[in-house]
Design a protein around this ligand. Structure first.
Ligand SMILES: Cc1cc2nc3c(=O)[nH]c(=O)nc-3n(C[C@H](O)[C@H](O)[C@H](O)COP(=O)(O)OP(=O)(O)OC[C@H]3O[C@@H](n4cnc5c(N)ncnc54)[C@H](O)[C@@H]3O)c2cc1C
Length: 437
């Protein structure tokens, strides 16, 4: 039998109907592209991820015409953060949203219900076909011997293990944190330093550094009782201990994956498959929706009349890589730096920064508006991050002078050096990995 020429029925194949997949299907379907959205399991997800959408993410959702998806899912408005440290508490409210000129509001909801709404919105979009299939591999082809390999489609399996192939000039891979296809773009893998362990209803996500104790032999529950519960505020501890007896503990790895330049013809990798930050601040979906807004513009029919023009797409992807830093650098760096500082544990130098950072937030005003504006995706100017970063470092030194006394010259000299050094190694590796391309 002679090989059959592949016929591209679609302009775009999207692998994974999660946060990116659904919003990208809606964005490109609405622009007139024929989109095939493939998802291995279309039932409502039950995961302990993606439950707080920042105001900057809500704005992006509106730009994509998907704002209704946060409605009707028992979501509650979120006005900012409360941080408890020892017996003190500091409120970190969202600032004024420059777009609406009102106090910014985020939304907190059940992730699975939100995804179901996004999937409904994608299915209802003209030009979008949704299928429940597991993508097992990408199809590559070469036009000539010397030419680079190009992704031209995907191979899938249905529930009865039947193989089906689909072809399109462009495939967006957004198969999430445990991505199978990330390796087609980069050798980088997520650097996992801790796990979040979660419980239901009033969601408690507990960061467990290092190797996760076994849940099956009861070690994890014991860890929660012995190590975590004693450190919780009195108001939370009784419910926490009660829930330990009645609720199932689930865990997710918290990784860091710096972004990669999309330079493979015929394929774009997005979302957690391409770039991950610690979920401490809840920024992943905000980055994802902003990425889709930017990509929709860069790959619009005016800029790219046909997705068969692979070299033009690669040029736009280079622009995408640099333009997205405007919003994602601050979210990524703050998530990782705040995680390192808040998880200072017994590290003396980081503890100095932790005390300084907490005291800095207690000053309120611009000291809070700036950092929270950055991590919520409202302020898209990374230089403001650098300003606050050094302000925290110097304020930490000032607080430590007050604690230990001004005349302790020897101590003070070592402390200034260690705080500035630690502050730099906390943030600079992330800034570096964000800009190394
Ligand atoms: C513990 C934790 C808490 C978090 N909390 C928040 C938060 O509060 N706020 C926030 O903004 N972000 C949060 N995040 C991050 C957020 O969840 C992610 O950034 C976001 O879900 C990434 O979207 P995505 O589209 O890349 O992946 P996903 O939303 O995970 O979608 C991937 C999809 O691909 C499908 N898929 C995978 N493989 C295949 C295949 N081979 N074939 C077909 N389909 C496939 C999957 O079934 C899934 O539906 C959290 C992350 C973690 C780990």
């Amino acid at each position: 039998m002679s090989p059959v020429e592949p016929i591209a029925e679609f302009d775009l194949i999207i692998v994974g109907a999660g946060i990116i997949g659904c919003s990208a299907a809606k964005a490109f379907g609405s622009s007139g592209r024929k989109v095939l959205l493939l998802e291995r399991d279309l039932s409502e997800p039950d995961r302990i991820v993606g439950e707080l959408l920042q105001p900057g993410g809500i704005n992006a959702l509106k730009e994509l015409g998907l704002e209704d998806c946060v409605e009707g899912i028992d979501g509650i408005p979120c006005y900012g953060y409360g941080v408890l440290y020892n017996n003190d508490v500091v409120h970190i409210p969202y600032p004024i949203d420059e777009i609406t000129k009102k106090k910014a509001v985020g939304k907190s909801f059940h992730h699975g219900r939100f995804i179901s709404n996004l999937r409904k919105a994608a299915s209802a979009t003209e030009n979008v076909t949704v299928k429940e299939l597991t993508v097992t591999s990408l199809i590559r082809s070469k036009e000539e011997e010397e030419a680079p390999e190009k992704v031209v489609g995907v191979i899938t399996l249905d529930k009865s293990n039947q193989e089906l192939k689909f072809y399109a000039p462009l495939t967006i891979v957004c198969d999430g944190i445990f991505s199978k296809f990330r390796k087609e773009l980069t050798v980088k893998t997520p650097d996992v330093r801790s796990n979040f362990v979660g419980k239901h209803d009033t969601r408690v996500l507990v960061d467990v550094p290092g190797k996760l104790p076994s849940a099956s032999n009861g070690d994890l529950k014991q860890y929660m009782k012995d190590t975590v519960a004693p450190n919780l505020p009195d108001s939370i501890r009784p419910k926490f201990l009660k829930a330990l007896e009645t609720e199932r503990l689930r865990s997710m790895p918290n990784g860091f994956l710096p972004p990669s330049l999309n330079d493979v013809e015929g394929m774009i990798v997005l979302g957690d498959a391409m770039n991950i930050r610690h979920p401490l601040t809840g920024g992943g979906m905000t980055v994802a929706f902003n990425d889709v807004v930017l990509l929709k513009e860069l790959l619009s029919p005016e800029n790219i009349p046909s997705f068969t023009d692979a070299s033009l797409i690669l040029e736009q992807m280079s622009t995408f890589h640099w333009k997205r830093k405007k919003y994602c650098t601050a979210i990524n760096v703050l998530a990782m730096a705040l995680y390192r500082i808040f998880a200072a544990d017994n590290n003396q130098d980081l503890s100095v920064l932790l005390r300084g950072c907490f005291a800095y937030f207690q000053l309120g005003g611009e000291r809070v508006d700036g950092p929270v504006g950055l991590l919520s995706g409202l302020i898209q100017q990374p230089m403001i991050l650098v300003y606050h970063f050094f302000s925290v470092a110097f304020y930490s030194i000032y607080i430590e002078f007050k604690r230990k006394g001004w005349s302790n010259a020897h101590y003070n000299f070592i402390m200034i050096f260690t705080v500035l050094y630690t502050a730099s190694v906390t943030i600079l590796p992330y800034l570096w990995s964000e800009t190394k391309y």
